[in-house]
Design a binder for this molecule. Structure first.
Ligand code: PMP
Ligand code: GLN
Length: 392
C-alpha cells in the first residue's frame, strides 16, 4: 500500500509569523532583561479591584455571562461614556463587552469587510488590524506616516486612497506605537472625506485615558457624522492595569451593534463573568480612570529625564504608554537587530518600530531607526533601563 500523503494546508496568513510582542517578551524573560518591549504594566493591580473579583466569584457569578455582556457592566460603560464624551449609547443595544480590544477589533472588521473591499489603514499600525482584514478577504490600503514630520497625516494622500471600493477606515488614537493624538481638525477632515460614501470606521481607542500635557481625547463618537458609522473599541486592560484579563468593549449605533453581535457570539460567545461584575462596581468611582493621565505623565517624564543625557533623541509622546526614540546618532544597524542586540548586551528589551509597517518591494522595511519603549513600569525599572541606555 502506498502511504497517503498528509493533506497540504494552504495558509490563510502566509506572511504572518509570531508577533513581535511575544518574541521580545520571551527574549527578555529568557535573558532576564528589563522588559520595556510589550505594552503591559509591571506594577500591581489595585487590590480593591482584585477583591471585587473574589466577591463576585463568592457571590456565585461563575457561569456564562449574557452574550452582549453583564448588564451592570454595560450600564457602567454607557454611564462612563456620557461622563467622558457626552455621548449616549444604549446599554441594551449599543454596548457589547468583548474579549479584550483584540476581539472587538476582529469582530468589527469581520462585520464590515466583504471580499475585495478596501480598508484604509494608517501605518505604522497595531499588528492585529491587517490579519483581520485579510481573513475577511479584504484588501488593506496603506497611508504611510513617518517620523520625518512627526507622523503628521497628509490628507491629500488619504483623499487619493479613498475609492468606490473603500468600505472601512481604521483609526487608532492615541496611537500605538507613535503616541500621536488625533485633533478635532483630523476628525472634521475625515468626516468630510467619507460623509457621502458607504464607508465605516473602526476606532481603536484603548488608550483613551492616557494623554499628556493637558491634551483632550477626541473620540470619534464626538463627531456626529463619524459617530453614526463608527465602531469605537475600548479596553480595560490599559485603563485598570489588567492586560491579562482581556476585557474590552465595542460601542456602536444599534444597527451596527446588531450585526457586530452576530459575529461576536460565534467568536467568543461571552466574556469572563466575575471580572465583568468587578469592573462594573469599580467603574463607579471615576477618579480611578481620571487619575491615569497624571499617573503616566509622571512615568513618561521620569523616563525621558533619565534618558536625556543619552545619545537617543526623541519628541515627548503625546499619549499611550509608549515612547519612540531615534538611535540614528548611535548606529545605523536595522532596528530589529538592534532591539535583539540591546536585550542581549545591556539587558533592555524594546520593540523595533519597523514591524508596524507593511514590507513592500520599494521599501523592504520602513526602518526609521526608531525603537519603542514602554514606560508602564515601576520607577526603579525605568531608571535602571535608562542608566543602561545612557551608556551606549
Ligand atoms: N489596540 C492597540 C492599539 C493596542 O496597543 C492593544 C494592545 N495593548 C490592543 C488593541 C489590544 O488590546 P487588548 O489587550 O484589550 O486585546
Ligand atoms: N498592545 C501591546 C503592545 O503594543 C501588546 C499586546 C500583545 O502582546 N498582543 O505592546
Amino acid at each position: 500500500m502506498v502511504p497517503l500523503a498528509p493533506p497540504v494546508l494552504s495558509s490563510k496568513l502566509p506572511r504572518v509569523g509570531t508577533t513581535i510582542f511575544t518574541v521580545m517578551s520571551k527574549l527578555a524573560t529568557d535573558l532576564n532583561a528589563l522588559n520595556l518591549s510589550q505594552g503591559f504594566p509591571n506594577f500591581p493591580t489595585d487590590p480593591a479591584l482584585l477583591d471585587l473579583v473574589t466577591k463576585a466569584m463568592r457571590a456565585g457569578h461563575n457561569q456564562y455571562a449574557p452574550m452582549p455582556g453583564v448588564p451592570l457592566l454595560r450600564e457602567a460603560i454607557a454611564r462612563k461614556t456620557i461622563d467622558c464624551y457626552g455621548v449616549s449609547y444604549h446599554p441594551d443595544t449599543e454596548v457589547t463587552v468583548t474579549t479584550g480590544a483584540t476581539e472587538g477589533l476582529y469582530a468589527a472588521i469581520t462585520t464590515v469587510v466583504q471580499p475585495l473591499d478596501e480598508v484604509v489603514v494608517f501605518e505604522p499600525a497595531y499588528d492585529s488590524y491587517v490579519p483581520a482584514i485579510e481573513l475577511a478577504g479584504g484588501v488593506p490600503v496603506y497611508v504611510t506616516l513617518t517620523p520625518a514630520n512627526n507622523y503628521a497625516i497628509d490628507w491629500a494622500v488619504v483623499r487619493e486612497k479613498i475609492t468606490d471600493r473603500t468600505r472601512l477606515v481604521i483609526i487608532n488614537t492615541p496611537h500605538n506605537p507613535t503616541g500621536r493624538v488625533w485633533t478635532r481638525d483630523d476628525l472634521d477632515t475625515l468626516a468630510g472625506l467619507i460623509r457621502d460614501r458607504d464607508i465605516f470606521v473602526v476606532s481603536d481607542e484603548v488608550y483613551e485615558h492616557i494623554l499628556f500635557d493637558g491634551r483632550t481625547h477626541h473620540s470619534l463618537m464626538t463627531h456626529p457624522v463619524l459617530q453614526e458609522r463608527t465602531f469605537v473599541i475600548g479596553s480595560f486592560g490599559k485603563t485598570f492595569h489588567t492586560t491579562g484579563w482581556k476585557i474590552g468593549y465595542c460601542l456602536a449605533p444599534k444597527e451596527l451593534t446588531a450585526e457586530f453581535r452576530k459575529v461576536h457570539q460565534f467568536v467568543t460567545f461571552s466574556v469572563s463573568t466575575p471580572m465583568q461584575y468587578a469592573l462594573a462596581e469599580y467603574l463607579q468611582q471615576p477618579e480611578r480612570y481620571q487619575s491615569l493621565p497624571s499617573f503616566y505623565e509622571q512615568k513618561r517624564d521620569l523616563f525621558l529625564a533619565a534618558i536625556a543625557p543619552s545619545r537617543f533623541t526623541f519628541i515627548p509622546t503625546e499619549g499611550t504608554f509608549f515612547q519612540n526614540v531615534s538611535y540614528a546618532s548611535i548606529t545605523d544597524e536595522p532596528d530589529y537587530d538592534l532591539a535583539i542586540r540591546l536585550t542581549h548586551e545591556i539587558g533592555v528589551a524594546s520593540i523595533p518600530t519597523s514591524v508596524f509597517y507593511e514590507p513592500n518591494a520599494a521599501r523592504p522595511k520602513n526602518d526609521y531607526k526608531m525603537l519603542r519603549f514602554c514606560f508602564a513600569k515601576d520607577d526603579d525599572t525605568l531608571l535602571q533601563a535608562a542608566e543602561r541606555l545612557c551608556k551606549l
